[in-house]
Design a protein around this ligand. Structure first.
Ligand code: GLY
Length: 372
């Protein structure tokens, strides 16, 4: 039997380079993939209470088959785990397991686990290596690559953290089969973002193939994840610590963060859903400012709707605050520099750029149009 193809995207950061491996069957190959990184046959795995019951046993067996001992901690699933109490529990558990500087910690889960465990690895003994095993589409295409790690503060999301690149990322696309349709599509919000921000050809491809990928076509899923990771890697290489270009990855996010804050970071709006709505609004704003034709936002909205995703503010269940209050919430975003809101706007599909030069009134009008 031939093994499905595994693709590799190399991230050649000076002194901290690593591979992102993408394909089917990577969970069962984890021992073979991780063994070359180990100085002794022992790893610590951190997962959550949703992912652990589904995939932890497969992972520990795969490690065992290569003679690697593992020990595991299961944290509660959910965004509230990205907090000091669970973070300190994780770090102290790693110390109790006698994880040393030369050892490897594995993050098995979605964005919450990847961010928290990456940050724990960044500070444990002043830095140990870690492997990301992202199990959500959002984590595979975005949060597991690029080294942003951290936890939330009462003052806001991701306000405490560090840049700490993983030593390997294993994105097994088979595990996407265990996601709910809603979670898969929320992750797709980040995929569509890549086409919109910098690759019009990829966006064309998504218009044709994303429905098939959502329906379970493995070749289409593999390509969507690989192209997204390639684009993220290119941007991270240009600007690892977000002094400039990396902010392009925040297309749709200024609107999204305001909407997430307005809905209390609850189930009413998942992050990737907010990104898709935010991308549509960013294109609407770009057209209003005369930066791109009206055809571009129409095309964006059509695709998001065709995928069965939330596209408009009216698609968010429950009441939203008014346009003024939403713009005020944007002002609390951590991307604000010297009190100036920064937006990612576009001159067309695949042609985004970063700007602080956006009149507040125009942002208000785009929101008012939709709020009625
Ligand atoms: N998720 C945006 C970034 O990694 O910069």
């Amino acid at each position: 039997m031939t093994h499905p193809v595994i693709e590799t995207v190399h991230v050649p950061l000076d002194g901290r380079e690593y591979d992102v491996r993408i394909g089917q069957g990577l969970l069962t190959r984890a021992g073979v993939e991780i063994a070359p990184l180990l100085k002794r046959p022992k790893v610590a795995i951190v997962t959550d209470s949703n992912v652990g019951p589904l995939h932890l046993e497969t992972l520990t067996r795969a490690l065992k088959s290569e003679g690697i001992d593992s020990t595991a901690l299961t944290l509660p699933a959910g965004e509230s785990t990205k907090s000091w109490p669970h973070f300190s529990r994780c770090v102290e558990w790693l110390l109790d397991q006698k994880i040393e500087r030369r050892d490897i910690v594995i993050a098995l889960g979605g964005g919450v686990i990847g961010d928290l465990v990456g940050f724990a690895a960044a500070v444990l003994r002043r830095g140990v290596r870690f492997v990301q095993m992202p199990t959500s589409l959002l984590a595979q295409v975005d949060s597991s690559v690029g080294g942003k790690t951290g936890i939330n503060a009462p003052q806001g999301k991701n306000l405490i953290g560090a840049f700490h690149q993983p030593s390997l990322v294993l994105a097994d696309i088979d595990v996407l089969g265990t996601l709910t349709a809603r979670d898969y599509l929320a992750g797709y919000g980040e995929v569509v973002k890549y086409g919109l921000l910098g690759d019009a050809k990829f966006y064309d491809w998504l218009e044709q193939n994303a429905p098939k990928a959502a329906a379970g076509d493995m070749a289409a899923r593999a390509y969507a994840v690989k192209r997204s990771v390639e684009m993220k890697a290119e941007i991270v290489l240009r600007d690892e610590t977000e002094q400039g270009d990396r902010a392009l990855l925040n297309l749709g996010h200024t609107f999204c963060h305001a909407l997430e804050a307005a809905t209390g970071y609850s189930d009413r709006l998942l992050h990737g859903e907010g990104v898709a709505i935010g991308c549509a609004l960013a294109f609407e704003l770009s057209a209003r400012l005369g930066l791109c034709s009206q055809e571009a936002p129409s095309r964006v909205r059509e695709h998001i709707k065709a995928m069965g995703m939330k596209c408009d503010l009216a698609d968010i269940p429950g009441d939203l605050p008014g346009a003024e209050a939403l713009v005020d919430l944007m002002g609390q975003d951590k991307k604000v520099v010297d009190g100036q809101l920064r937006f990612i706007l576009a001159r067309g599909i695949g042609a985004a750029f970063v700007t602080a030069d956006v009149p507040r009134d125009e942002v208000l009008r785009v929101l008012q149009d939709q709020l009625g």
